[in-house]
Design a binder for this molecule. Structure first.
Ligand SMILES: [Zn+2]
Length: 251
């Protein structure tokens, strides 16, 4: 059931035939893990809180730094020095007090990663390094949780959805397991705020589609964003039949 306040708060999206009250109830019943509360995680967390996702689990062990504020818009000048999960939680509570927030300020290693992924319905990878992305992906495929993966660096971004529930879905490792420049971080290479903002917004969109059950999710497709020319391209992705991460799952 939705209260009168909820019906009003979410009225503009409930008006959409694709969402309706049924979709809103699905969002309310959903739990989402956001890994990383930086440039990507900021719009993801704010849009999902605003949209009425029932519970947001926030994972980040870092603290807010002055150099984050150019793009990590969930934080502000008063948050400098605070844990990012605490700073983000305060902002999200202010946006929508109905959303349940769970904070995890510890690195998601081994069992902690498995626990964090097992506790939710969907995972959004907003981290900034290859090792975390690989670990999040492996955990999602071991536990059967869909993963919305986004990345942005310099003036470029990439987005895809990896869904272990779908037989032909590739995983992150199929795509990047052979190594790339994926480990370059924006602290080394630089990035523009609206580029991570755009990619994070697209991640939030894919999450809402998967949770409410409408539209065509970006499964088996890789969206490439070139912010320099404002051009979007799409590549078809195939599952690597020899991939050690998703092979077991699909066997
Ligand atoms: Zn794979």
């Amino acid at each position: 059931m939705l209260s009168d306040e909820e019906l009003l708060r979410y009225s503009r999206q409930i008006l959409l035939a694709q969402v309706d009250v049924a979709g809103q109830l699905k969002l309310k019943a959903s739990r989402v893990l956001i890994v990383g509360l930086g440039g990507l995680g900021s719009p993801v967390a704010m849009y999902l809180a605003a949209a009425g996702v029932g519970a947001l689990h926030l994972a980040d062990f870092d603290r807010v730094d002055l150099s984050n504020l150019q793009r990590q818009v969930v934080h502000d000048a008063a948050s400098i020095g605070l844990l990012k999960v605490e700073s983000a939680a305060a902002r999200l509570r202010a946006i929508n007090p109905c959303v349940e927030l769970v904070t995890c300020p510890n690195p998601l290693e081994a069992e902690l990663m498995a626990e964090a992924v097992a506790a939710v319905d969907l995972v959004i990878d907003c981290s900034d390094n290859f090792a975390t992305r690989e670990a999040v992906n492996a955990s999602c495929f071991a536990l059967g949780r869909p993963l919305v993966s986004g990345a942005a660096i310099r003036l470029e971004g990439q987005l895809s959805v990896f869904d272990p529930r779908r037989e032909h879905s590739p995983c992150y490792h199929c795509l990047y397991g052979h190594g790339s420049e994926a480990d370059l971080t924006c602290s080394e290479a630089g990035v523009l705020g609206p580029v991570v903002g755009m990619l994070g917004s697209l991640q939030a969109l894919e999450a809402l589609k998967l949770l409410a059950g409408f539209g065509e999710p970006l499964i088996g497709r890789l969206l490439l964003v070139d912010a320099y020319t404002t051009r979007f391209r799409e590549l078809r992705l195939k599952r690597d039949p020899e991939c050690p991460v998703c092979k077991v799952r699909h066997a």
